[in-house]
Write a protein that binds this ligand. Structure first.
Ligand SMILES: [Zn+2]
Length: 176
């Protein structure tokens, strides 16, 4: 995670529902997804997640922000409905300062037109997922079995690390 990206995340304010450029929609398969409500630019912060109370272990709705720290579904707001993509158009930026009111922010990694689904790569925050699944995204670099960073091959782990989207706790956990 590059320092410049972290500098773009305002950890002192919290987006209100009114200025969020994203909203929840129902997908054709009946599940929920998060979509842009207007065009967004690369680097824009789309959802800000408060630190709140963190869980020590994951469940299917948590987002991992530390070695034993997981934001729970009720703290995630709209982020609870973010779907996975192996070549996602947004990333989770974990805020390292444990005193900051923000634990994590979702940031666009490229320009996204209005009414497009916003996704992030679960493998960039989750070390060992509670609920694994097989990905069917059409990405050339699809990881297929989404079980957490821990379960990737060393080559795939290195590729993800080079993308600069891997949360710092995954590198710490890998060394343990
Ligand atoms: Zn995939």
């Amino acid at each position: 995670m590059s320092a410049e990206i972290l500098q773009n995340v305002d950890t002192t304010t919290r987006a209100t529902d009114l200025d969020l450029p994203v909203l929840r929609k129902t997908l054709p398969n009946g599940q929920f997804g998060v979509f842009t409500s207007r065009p967004v630019l690369a680097g824009e912060v789309l959802i800000v997640m408060p630190r709140g109370e963190l869980a020590a272990s994951p469940d299917r709705f948590t987002v991992q922000v530390g070695v034993n720290q997981h934001i729970t579904g009720d703290q995630l707001g709209l982020a609870k409905f973010l779907n996975h993509h192996c070549d996602a158009n947004a990333q989770m930026v974990v805020v390292a300062d444990v005193d900051a009111p923000t634990a994590c922010a979702l940031q666009a990694v490229r320009d996204i037109p209005a009414n497009h689904e916003v996704t992030f790569n679960y493998l960039t925050t989750e070390f060992d997922m509670d609920e694994k699944f097989t990905c069917n995204c059409s990405s050339l670099r699809c990881y297929r079995e989404i079980r957490g960073f821990r379960h990737l091959s060393p080559d795939s782990q290195q590729l993800l690390v080079k993308s600069s989207q891997v949360a710092p706790h995954l590198l710490l956990l890998l060394q343990q």
